[in-house]
Write a protein that binds this ligand. Structure first.
Ligand code: AMP
Length: 218
């Protein structure tokens, strides 16, 4: 199965993506995670991307498209994949179509997780992330047992630079002005499935599973 995840920042792509990966044995391909790894390792790409990421801006299309094309050819995605955070612009969606044509692949579904803006702001500003294992916590709804320490690996938690208030507002503005147009793009192909992203993680996942089970049968 090859799935595109369309959702604003904070809608739960990372969390739900991990559950989909486990249930359907497909790999999650997160352009944000790959870029963060480059940033940590201070590669040339990481140094360039950092400027855009820390400001909540999109990394330019040509950089992200060639990174995606290289990544998607890895063996670990031969079973299918969940694209998390890509595409985010129409040129990226068009490039993805070209890449899929070249490799004779097809997108089975686009999943749109819908969450109101005020809820997204609350989720993102209270998010704390583990530098070591990437786990994320919410200070109020899913706090770590020990303050600022990851429950899973014991490392210190931190607030991502792009989870600070001003940057969050910028990311949401970019989502509305740029990424949202992808909903129309994929609606025209008849593959958009809208999911209510409010509620417990398990309930949201149940909604996604209902959609994916019907996709699997087609
Ligand atoms: P994410 O974790 O998906 O929210 O991504 C974190 C940041 O990485 C974004 O705010 C962008 O700066 C950058 N990024 C990730 N994916 C893309 C993409 N497809 N196009 C442009 N920038 C991206």
């Amino acid at each position: 199965m090859r799935i595109v995840f369309l959702a604003p920042p904070g809608a739960g792509k990372g969390t739900q993506g991990a559950l989909i990966k486990q249930q359907y044995k497909i790999n999650q391909l997160s352009t944000g995670d790959i870029l963060r790894e480059h940033k940590e390792k201070k590669t040339d790409l990481g140094k360039e991307a950092r400027i855009y990421m820390d400001a909540g801006e999109l990394v330019p299309d040509d950089i992200i498209i060639s990174m995606l094309k290289e990544e998607i050819q890895k063996d670990s995605y031969s079973n299918g994949f969940l694209l998390d955070g890509f595409p985010r612009t129409i040129p990226q969606a068009e490039a993805l179509d070209r890449i899929f044509n070249e490799f004779n692949l097809k997108i089975d579904a686009a999943i749109l997780i819908e969450v109101p803006k005020h809820e997204l702001i609350s989720r993102l500003s209270a998010r704390r992330t583990c530098r070591q294992c990437g786990a994320s916590f919410h200070l109020i709804f899913n706090p770590p047992i020990l303050p600022n320490i990851c429950d899973l690996c014991g490392e210190a938690l931190f607030q991502r630079p792009d989870d600070q208030k001003e940057t969050i507002l910028n990311r949401l503005k970019i989502y509305e002005s740029t990424t949202r147009s992808l909903v129309d793009y994929y609606s025209q192909k008849g593959i958009v499935n809208r999911i209510d992203g409010i509620g417990e993680v398990a309930d949201v996942f149940k909604r996604i599973k209902t959609v994916l089970e019907s996709v699997k049968q087609n």
